[in-house]
Write a protein that binds this ligand. Structure first.
Ligand code: ADP
Ligand code: F6P
Length: 324
């Protein structure tokens, strides 16, 4: 028999991502429309354990659909990874009459959501991360905005790189995943992309390509280096020494996480937020909402966490082929 929820909580956890606010708005308004009470849990699991819990109504989410970051703030919380912390979290939910929780975050946050669910609090995960590194879904809230922000920044670096006839290493975020780097590789026409999933560490081949490209008249050499490989500054020094070509490193950093969400992130996050609230209304728990093969679907959290995905081989090949 499905458990009927009356009051739900919502939290954002892990790195913030543009579009999280659109998802929060959708969850809150859908739940209220369905007659539920809604509470905002501030600062992720850390705020849950500190009982930073506020009542929310339709007006609490006014004027946020277009804003980056998360109005609920976010945090990482070591205590919640312990059994004691999780039990305390479930007790606090019960104390505040919260019988369902929507968790917006990445795989780590879903692990926490799975634990809450096992402790009797109905829990639904929404994929929120700029890294696109959640295996069960082809879309994560924030990736589209982040990759567009990175693309525009790289265009700017390219202008100055061409003018000075330099080599530029631009480091993009993604934790251990290379999706932002791959997409920028396509969109910025980078001469090289270094992805953690693919790079074999052969710097000599990279140096040879830079020298070859200079010989055939290329005025710049843009290398997009994923954060998972890192070391962009020392790499730049070694490349300059080996090629004699001025080489600069630019680490884009947190600018990729901020800013107004793109239309796609607002729309997809809104639809996913509605779906999360509906799943709770249907008495579902331990599910994560995903976008797979063109459809919004949901998966069991543990099944979702056991899935794997990799950089599509064909996309990697095509990306490299186009810069000849
Ligand atoms: P993301 O959700 O983006 O993957 P993290 O891996 O930093 O980000 O996880 C966010 C938070 O989720 C952690 O700070 C912690 O509070 C919680 N979390 C992560 N792993 C677990 C786990 N195994 N069990 C319970 N909670 C976890
Ligand atoms: O997961 C999002 C992300 O921005 C990653 O790309 C990056 O590795 C990490 O978070 C950075 O985290 P912090 O905000 O703690 O520097």
């Amino acid at each position: 028999m499905a458990k009927q929820v009356k009051t739900i909580g919502i939290l954002t956890s892990g790195g913030d991502a543009p579009g999280m606010n659109a998802a929060i708005r959708a969850v809150v308004r859908t739940a209220i429309h369905r007659g539920l009470e809604v509470k905002g849990i501030m600062r992720g699991y850390a705020g849950l354990l500190q009982e930073e819990i506020v009542d929310m109504n339709s007006r609490s989410v006014s004027d946020i659909v277009h804003r980056g970051g998360t109005i609920l703030y976010t945090a990482r919380c070591q205590e919640f990874t312990t059994e004691e912390g999780q039990k305390k979290g479930a007790e606090i939910c019960r104390k505040h009459n919260i019988d369902g929780v929507v968790v917006i975050g990445g795989d780590g946050s879903f692990r926490g959501a799975g634990k809450l669910s096992a402790l009797g609090i109905n829990t639904i995960g929404l994929p929120g991360t700029i890294d696109l590194d959640i295996a069960c879904t082809d879309y994560t809230i924030g990736f589209d905005t982040a990759v567009n922000t990175a693309m525009e920044a790289i265009d700017r670096v390219r202008d100055t790189s061409t003018s000075h006839e330099r080599c530029s290493i631009i480091e993009v975020m993604g934790r251990n995943a290379g999706y932002i780097a791959l997409w920028c590789g396509f969109a910025n026409g980078a001469e090289d992309i270094l992805l953690p999933e693919k790079y074999d560490g052969d710097e000599q081949s990279l140096i040879n390509r830079i020298i070859e490209n200079r010989k055939i008249g290329k005025k710049h050499h843009i290398i997009i280096n994923a954060e998972g490989i890192g070391h962009s500054t020392s790499m730049a020094k070694r490349i300059e020494a080996a090629t004699g070509i001025e080489t600069r490193a630019t680490i884009l950093g947190h600018m990729q996480r901020g800013g107004a969400p793109t239309c796609k992130d607002r729309v997809y996050a809104s639809i996913m937020g509605v779906r999360a609230a509906e799943l709770l209304c249907e008495g579902k728990s331990n599910r994560v909402v995903a976008y797979k093969n063109g459809e919004y679907v949901d998966f069991d959290i543990q099944e979702a966490l056991a899935m794997t995905k990799d950089i599509p081989e064909d996309q990697f090949r095509i990306c490299k082929l186009l810069v000849r």
